[in-house]
Design a protein around this ligand. Sequence first.
Ligand code: KMH
Ligand code: ZN
Length: 278
Amino acid sequence: MTTTTLITVAPTGAESAKTDVPALPVTLDELVTTAKECEALGASVIHVHIRDDLARPTLDPGRLRETVAALRAGSDLIVQLSSGGAVTDPEADRLAVLDAAPDMASCTMGTVNFGDDVFMNRWEFIVALHSRMQERQIVPEYEIFDLGHLTALARLLDRHGLPAGGHVHVDLVMGVPGGMPGTTEALVACRQAMRDLPEGTTFSATGIGRSTIPVMLASLSAGGHLRVGMEDTVTYAKGQPVESNMQLVARAVGFARLAQRPPMPPAQARELLGVRAG
Ligand code: KMH
Ligand code: ZN
């Protein structure tokens, strides 16, 4: 059992509108301030979606490069760009996210119904993302929305080899309407399926909406790590909107300390994940 907890903050996402969630960080300044404050609290990875001047999700290559540079200059966090984008983003734009040369990028392991939409991840596209990350030494975080995505990951690694850095890290994204539920039972099923992945594989988990707390507790008790943030959770408690990403990171840090697995510093996180020194 690991003695520390890797905490990832996913501050923005592509789903919530700034008009509905005014505390959402959407400008570069807001993102960098969020990164600094979350790092000070105990986060070591930032999972990044960016917005345009009208706060709409974008994969603009210039903005992505600028974002990576600003986050590196302003924090020690591991910078993980989303290659998932929004459900409407074309594959070519999602693949081009890697041109911004982040430390890490997400790689979703299969198609999933996503509320009223479909988050499309064809096998050939997954292979293209994985292979390009290998070529560019970008460390993937494999996003798992359903149990079968872990089977797809085992097949990917078997056919196309280990990721850049040699370490396999997955993130269980639980409670998306259309994906696996955010329950202890589902997390344990995933944990068992991970036996088919390479020795030493690590996992984080995040629960969408009200599943955030059960998933955090289940993940900590199963030796997993945590992802929290306003990408996944905009209500702190019943009737109480989230005030900031820092509020969610602080709660995750509190739970991790209670579990006697304090936050993992960024340098240790780089070593664990196989990310080059910042
Ligand atoms: N916005 C979702 C459609 C990722 O970042 O890689 C996809 C997502 C996953 O958030
Ligand atoms: Zn995301």
